[in-house]
Design a protein around this ligand. Structure first.
Ligand SMILES: Nc1nc2c(ncn2[C@@H]2O[C@H](COP(=O)(O)OP(=O)(O)OP(=O)(O)O)[C@@H](O)[C@H]2O)c(=O)[nH]1
Ligand SMILES: *[C@@H]1O[C@H](CO)[C@@H](O)[C@H](O)[C@H]1NC(C)=O
Ligand SMILES: *[C@@H]1O[C@H](CO)[C@@H](O)[C@H](O)[C@H]1NC(C)=O
Ligand SMILES: *[C@@H]1O[C@H](CO)[C@@H](O)[C@H](O)[C@H]1NC(C)=O
Ligand SMILES: *[C@@H]1O[C@H](CO)[C@@H](O)[C@H](O)[C@H]1NC(C)=O
Ligand SMILES: [Mg+2]
Length: 433
């Protein structure tokens, strides 16, 4: 009996001994092994380079892809691998992302998908905007992810911060009130800066002066399908000013007085002589944002008796003509809204502001719904509905029951009915050719 217990005692020492040996190994010995391992690896690398790889390169005159070594920065080479056509006539356009440094991972996820699904074939530039300087880490990672040039700009504080005309006492009262009312981002000051910037200042950033069109991208969005066309090209060829993929109803409690302010502006404009008006009621998309009739089973749910039906284009995906936003008529419209203080006292989003502006100031045929593009920004997504659309664009959509395209939250049917009509890219090509 005693003997057995003794040997059991000895046995229990084994793990302790093992741990001690392991610590010694980690601290001292492994380090040596590791060094010599790297020397060996390096030696093999170099030997392989001289004898095999260089020989191949010589024989095939650079026609084959160099093998690379992802373990060794000295050997690994960045190389674009795509079906880029250098003779393609690119449009004067850029992809645009307003983003925070801490959103780098999400930004890279969006970029990776947009590059794979679209930009790897065109190499459009990327412009990144931020209210604080971008970190070197952010710039490095995004520059490498972009197939075109990547540029970075700091937003001047006067284009970002709350203007001095806002009564801070009243502002704080409203923030607290909207927090209590459970309004989405109701208590956030920075969200308001962002919405006002995206409404009235993004297009005034110097860095965008060099472009005609922008394609807005946000971190953590998804592009599910190959782009079957270059949307910038479509914009230019058809002289379009605004393109969108998802249209839905806005939360009314964020824009309580937005429409009243818009209505005042319409009246102010229509009181001018015909030649001086900015708003042409017979050609614009006013009916799209005001029609409240039932569509199928659904009607808009508006609490107030304002004429606005709450339809807006979801601006996290938008492709626009910067010259429209830079125009006097847009800036006058924005300034009118801005002087009312609604961006701060309420929480007006840039999506309804852009949507109302393009619906009033543009010809309705200058606005396009891009079908065939698969896209998601939480909590909604859209994807082609037809099987052939899904297959031919190699889509990997989320659960198809989440597709907003023609469900009750969507304003697409209202666009078909009271906007510029039902339009499909493929059908259009089919008719033309
Ligand atoms: N630089 C900077 N970018 C911001 C700030 N707030 C928001 N953004 C960017 O502005 C865009 C819109 O902000 P989001 O937080 O995505 O707002 P949202 O899309 O309405 O809401 P969620 O995506 O649901 O959070 C995104 O591209 C953000 O990265 C900010 O304070 N600074
Ligand atoms: C700012 O708002 C507060 C609260 O409504 C009000 O009492 C005050 O008079 C306002 N200040 C100015 C300068 O209008
Ligand atoms: C691109 O557009 C901008 C703004 O309209 C213009 O200033 C610039 O000259 C254009 N560049 C080219 C290459 O056409
Ligand atoms: C609106 O546009 C149409 C078509 O271009 C034009 O005939 C009409 O005069 C315009 N109306 C106003 C008020 O500008
Ligand atoms: C919207 O379109 C429907 C069907 O064409 C039409 O009956 C209705 O009057 C339109 N609404 C507006 C506000 O023009
Ligand atoms: Mg977002």
């Amino acid at each position: 009996m005693l003997r057995i217990r003794k040997s059991l005692l000895l046995l229990s020492f084994i793990p302790i001994l093992y741990t001690i040996i392991r610590i010694c190994w980690i601290v001292g010995i492994r380090h040596k092994i590791s060094n010599s391992y790297h020397l060996k690896s390096n030696e093999i690398n170099i030997r392989y380079d001289n004898i095999q790889r260089r020989k191949f390169v010589f024989e095939f005159q650079n026609k084959i892809k160099l093998s690379s070594n992802s373990f060794d920065s000295n050997v690994f080479r960045y190389k674009l691998d795509n079906d880029f056509d250098p003779n393609y006539e690119k449009i004067n356009a850029t992809i645009l992302m307003l983003v925070r440094n801490e959103e780098l991972e999400g930004a890279l996820d969006s970029m990776r998908q947009l590059e794979d699904r679209f930009n790897r074939r065109y190499h459009y530039d990327w412009v990144f905007l931020n209210d604080v300087p971008f970190t070197p880490e952010f710039k490095e990672a995004t520059t490498f992810m972009a197939s075109g040039d990547a540029q970075y700009a700091l937003i001047p504080p006067e284009d970002w911060n709350c203007p001095s005309s806002i009564n801070q006492t009243q502002f704080e009262i409203n923030l607290a009130q909207m927090q209590d009312d459970g309004v989405l981002y109701g208590n956030s000051k920075s969200y308001r800066n962002m919405c006002r910037f995206n409404s009235g200042y993004f297009f005034r950033q110097k860095i965008l002066d060099q472009y005609d069109y922008y394609f807005r991208v946000e971190p953590n969005v998804k592009y599910f399908c190959d782009f079957p066309y270059d949307p910038f090209k479509i914009m230019e060829q058809r002289k379009l000013k605004y393109g969108w993929v998802i249209g839905l109803y806005e939360y009314e409690n964020t824009i309580e007085t937005l429409w009243d302010t818009v209505a005042e502006y319409i009246k102010f404009d229509q009181d001018k002589s015909i030649t001086n008006r900015d708003i042409n009621m017979s050609t614009n998309a006013y009916n799209f944002i005001t029609d409240k009739s039932q569509i199928g089973e659904f009607g808009p749910v508006t609490g107030s008796n304002s004429d606005y039906n709450l339809c807006h284009f979801w601006s996290n995906f938008e492709i626009g003509d910067l010259n429209f936003f830079r125009s006097d008529k847009y800036i006058k419209f924005f300034e009118y809204l801005d002087q009312s203080g609604g961006f701060y006292y309420e929480r007006w989003g840039d999506a309804p502001v852009h949507s109302i502006a393009v619906s009033l100031l543009l010809n309705k045929d200058e606005i396009i719904h891009f079908d065939e593009i698969g896209y998601a920004h939480a909590p909604f997504n859209t994807c082609p509905i037809s099987d052939i659309g899904l297959l031919s664009h190699r889509c990997r959509c989320q659960d198809s029951t989440d597709n907003i395209a023609i469900d009750k939250h969507s304003c697409l049917m209202r666009w078909w009915k009271n906007g510029s009509g039902k339009f499909f890219m493929q059908e259009d090509n089919y008719i033309e050719s």
